[in-house]
Ligand binder design. Structure first.
Ligand SMILES: Nc1ncnc2c1ncn2[C@@H]1O[C@H](COP(=O)(O)OP(=O)(O)O)[C@@H](O)[C@H]1O
Ligand SMILES: [Mg+2]
Length: 253
């Protein structure tokens, strides 16, 4: 047995671990014993068909839905039964699906909302500088209303808001959904850049092949259960995974 928060096989520390997690919405059970882990500095993708339970997995980690069984451990903290703001305070950021920004607020105000747990004005200013360095386009327009920004800019803003508490790990739900190809590239490039900078990333994507290309490892969920797992490359090369989850056929070179 691995110690709870000890080093894993790859020599990296365990950041997040789900063991046999079941969860749902009220009486409706969606996850049936999902297990997965994310180690320090990794990008780990969760893919699978629509309705597989990918977003639900993020929601149970964040304490937003009914937990029915199993362990959720983040950096040694048992997350089961914790409130979402406490989980955020442990250094785990969650960027939900759908570019959720406050449209009637400015870029700066949106980022400040991401740091609502932080009391120190100096630390908030520091975090904002850090986000503006990562996303220069946000830094160029701190006073712009979020609702008037492009889809890609809103996604960057949602990610920037998640970074305001200087998390150790970020969970991104469908960050590329509905973006133009150029902006999809930008979102993936930014994700890689964040990981190189030391952030641990868990990524859910419809764009499964692109996600696996930048991932150390991946999990395939189906009907709320683990189906496949492996390195990003192994999953990309697996004929069954390719046919069933990556749009079939050969991958483009
Ligand atoms: N708020 C909700 N109430 C009831 N069922 C839900 C709710 N949200 C999602 N579901 C159901 O949970 C299942 C998994 O959904 P979800 O986790 O969003 O899938 P994915 O993100 O993999 O596409 C689906 O059958 C979906 O209909
Ligand atoms: Mg989803």
């Amino acid at each position: 047995m691995q110690p709870r928060n000890g080093p894993s096989g790859n020599g990296r520390a365990r950041v997040l671990e789900l063991r046999d997690v079941s969860a749902g919405y009220g009486a409706i059970q969606i996850l049936h014993g999902v297990s997965l882990h994310v180690d320090e500095g990794e990008i780990v993708s969760v893919i699978g068909p629509n309705g597989a339970g990918k977003s639900t997995t993020f929601k149970v980690i964040m304490g937003l839905i009914t937990h029915l069984g199993g362990d959720v451990v983040y950096l040694g903290h048992d997350l089961v039964g914790q409130r979402p703001d406490r989980i955020l305070g442990f250094g785990l950021a969650y960027v939900p699906q759908g570019r959720v920004v406050f449209t009637q607020m400015t870029v700066r105000e949106n980022l400040e909302m991401g740091a609502y747990l932080e009391r120190s004005k100096a630390r908030i200013a520091e975090a904002m500088d850090y986000v503006f360095t990562l996303f220069p386009r946000l830094g160029e327009r701190p006073g712009q209303l979020a609702g008037s920004m492009s889809g890609g800019e809103q996604q960057m803003l949602a990610m920037g808001r998640g970074l305001m508490m200087r998390p150790k790990m970020m969970m991104l739900d469908e960050p590329s959904l509905g973006l133009s190809p150029r902006l999809v590239d930008e979102v993936f490039d930014k994700t890689v850049e964040l990981a190189r900078g030391g952030l641990t990333v868990m990524l859910v994507e419809q764009n499964a092949a692109r996600a696996l290309e930048i991932s150390d490892r991946g999990y395939v969920l189906e009907l709320g259960r683990n189906r496949y797992e492996g390195s990003g490359q192994a999953l990309l090369d697996d004929p069954e995974v390719r046919t069933m989850y990556l749009g079939g056929g050969m991958r483009a070179a």
